[in-house]
Structure formats: structure tokens, C-alpha cells
Write a protein that binds this ligand. Structure first.
Ligand code: AHM
Ligand code: MG
Length: 336
């Protein structure tokens, strides 16, 4: 029985990635080991997020513990867990986290070929009201990891070998691409394993939803203003789009990936580069979108072609369904 086979033949994320990697003769399991450490970080954050409300109720967060130390905030703890897990994997050389001003250069004895850029807990302003938050990550691979410089990690997003996110919502979902499409895994809490639940995700070619912080509309540029106007008052006789905006990039992008549509954080007069960070927010999500058949555009160019100058650079971003991004591209092109 097919349903039984599905239930008893569990495709865990490790098994899935090992299958994928075995197609490359040069792979020696290094990526699988790295991924297992990323997954460990995600499981830790998931379990902490689930307990966050309770911890607050019991008076743990923000107070001093028995040792007289102040309880650390969830985003700080999550960052420490990721950094330590990644270093101990023995497969990383440079780590860039949204939480740390400087990049971490792994000591030579523990070095491996991968650079990992990540935002351990994105959307943390949503924790206290129980709204979905997430972890975002991207991975580069270096040919030479003995002489390291910051330039090794300041590479365009198209050079990434893998990218993904984990969303801590009503269920815990990890979405991953290693450059051959996008797959989604759901954490089975009783097993502690991510199981393949969304095979080869493709974003709908055109969507019915737009997602943006419209409170910034006063300061938008012409093309963004025109685009959103078209969403609400379409000129071609089609139905207006629905607006959905959670304010958690992972959740907004996850919905966009599954249902189609466009997510944007445009430039505005106050923040000419938008808000989102190139390396660990814009790149991984753009990588996933392209791998799912969608597009990602900055207002000037393909997002994955951007070459970041600093590790915390920002960029405007429009990403999602192919046709919807095509429309905003046309509006920017018409402006030139
Ligand atoms: P954070 O890194 O401070 O959590 O900010 C990132 C978040 C994204 O998850 C989300 O897309 C965006 O900020 C929302 O910003 P805004 O509140 O300006 O709409
Ligand atoms: Mg963030």
C-alpha cells in the first residue's frame, strides 16, 4: 500500500542530502556533516522558541538566574548555539552572523572548506506575541581555506552551494536547496528528525498575493508605488491582489514560495538600501526563489549578481513568482 510505504519509509533530511550528494563523485560527506550541525542549531532554536512563552510566564527571561547571571535573550543564545555547532563541525572556516559585528574566522585546527552566513533568529520582534520567526542560512565553498580574507565571503549569491531557512511556526519547517531544486522538510517532534514533506517545490508562475510594509509608502520610489497601485487597481481587468504581511521574512517568504506572489522590501527615501541584509537574508531567499522557478530582483539587477562590499550590507529586494517579478522589473526599466 503506497500510503503505508510512505509512513514506514522515512526520508529524513540526512538521507535525502546523502542521496543527492552521492551523485557527485568528489563528495565525501562533508556537506552532510555541515548540514547536520545546521539542523542541530535549528532544533535547538525550535525547542527554545516553543518554550519562550512559558519561560516568560515562569519569570525566567530577563531575570537573573541562580549564578546571578542575567538570562540571555533568545537571539543571543541561538547565535551562540549556531556558532559553536558550526565550528565544532570541523567543516567551516568563516562564519558571518547577523548578531555579530565581525566575521568569525575558525582556528586553523578546526577549519573546513565551507563559509556559512546566517541570521540565527530573524524577526525576533515577533517572539513575544507568538508569531512565526525563523533562521536563514547560506553556504559558500572555498577552494583554498588556508589563507583566509573577508573577500572569501563577500561573494555574489549565485556562488552559494546551498541555502535555506527554518521556520518556527505552527510546525517547524526547514526548506533547503543545494542547487538542484528546493525541498521542504517538517520536524517530527517525536522523532526529532526533519522528514521530507514537500518534494521539489516550484513557486506558481504568477500569484495573487503581494507582501510589503505599506506603512512606508510615503517614502517609496516611483516603480514601487506604481507596482502596488497596480496590485490594488489592476488596469488589465484582472482581480486585485490580496495583501499579506507578517513582518517575519521567513514566514512571508515561505508563504510566497508555496502560494505564489511577491514579497518586497523596497528602497525608500529614509533607507535607500532597504532594510534586509544582502549576505544572510537577501541571498539565501533569492537562491531558493530561483531554484523554485521564481525570480529575485533588487530594483537594479538580479539579486544573486550583487557583490557585497561589507558583510552587513543591505539591499532592496523584490522576490517571488516569475511573472510578478517580471512586472516590477518592467516598471524599473521604464524609468531609466
Ligand atoms: P530583524 O533582523 O530586526 O528581525 O529584522 C528583519 C525583519 C524581517 O524578518 C522582516 O521581513 C522585516 O524585518 C520587517 O521589517 P518592517 O518591520 O520594517 O516591515
Ligand atoms: Mg534579521
Amino acid at each position: 500500500h503506497a500510503a503505508d510505504a510512505h509512513r514506514t519509509d522515512l526520508m529524513t533530511i540526512t538521507r535525502h542530502v546523502l542521496n543527492e550528494q552521492s551523485k557527485h563523485s568528489e563528495s565525501r560527506g562533508d556537506f552532510t556533516i555541515l548540514l547536520n550541525h545546521i539542523v542541530l542549531g535549528c532544533k535547538f532554536v525550535c525547542s527554545s522558541v516553543n518554550k519562550a512563552g512559558l519561560a516568560k510566564l515562569l519569570g525566567l527571561a530577563g531575570e537573573t538566574n541562580v549564578q546571578g547571571e542575567e538570562q540571555k535573550k533568545l537571539d543571543v543564545i541561538s547565535n551562540e548555539v549556531f556558532i559553536k555547532a558550526l565550528i565544532s563541525s570541523g567543516r567551516t572556516c568563516i562564519l558571518v552572523s547577523e548578531e555579530d559585528e565581525e566575521a568569525t574566522f575558525v582556528e586553523p585546527a578546526l577549519r573546513g572548506k565551507y563559509c556559512v552566513v546566517f541570521d540565527p533568529l530573524d524577526g525576533s520582534s515577533n517572539i513575544d506575541c507568538g508569531v512565526s520567526i525563523g533562521t536563514i542560512f547560506g553556504v559558500y565553498m572555498l577552494k583554498d581555506f588556508k589563507e583566509l580574507t573577508l573577500d572569501d565571503v563577500l561573494q555574489p549569491g549565485k556562488n552559494m552551494v546551498a541555502a535555506g531557512y527554518c521556520m518556527y511556526g505552527s510546525s517547524c519547517n526547514l526548506v533547503l536547496s543545494t542547487g538542484t531544486g528546493v525541498n521542504g522538510f517538517t520536524l517530527d517532534p517525536s522523532l526529532g528528525e526533519f522528514i521530507l514533506t514537500h518534494r521539489d517545490i516550484k513557486i506558481p508562475k504568477k500569484g495573487k498575493i503581494y507582501s510589503v510594509n505599506e506603512g512606508n509608502a510615503k517614502n517609496w520610489d516611483g516603480p514601487t508605488t506604481k507596482y502596488v497601485e497596480n496590485c490594488k487597481f489592476p488596469k488589465d481587468g484582472s482581480s486585485p491582489k490580496s495583501l499579506r504581511y507578517i513582518g517575519s521574512m521567513v514566514a512571508d517568504v515561505h508563504r510566497t514560495l508555496l502560494y505564489g506572489g511577491i514579497f518586497m522590501y523596497p528602497a525608500d527615501k529614509k533607507s535607500p538600501n532597504g532594510k534586509l541584509r544582502v549576505l544572510y537574508e537577501v541571498f539565501p531567499m533569492s537562491f531558493l526563489m530561483e531554484q523554485a522557478g521564481g525570480q529575485a530582483f533588487t530594483g537594479k539587477q538580479r539579486a544573486l549578481d550583487v557583490v557585497p562590499k561589507k558583510i552587513h550590507d543591505r539591499s532592496p529586494i523584490f522576490l517571488g513568482s516569475y511573472d510578478d517579478v517580471e512586472e516590477i522589473k518592467a516598471l524599473y526599466a521604464a524609468e531609466e
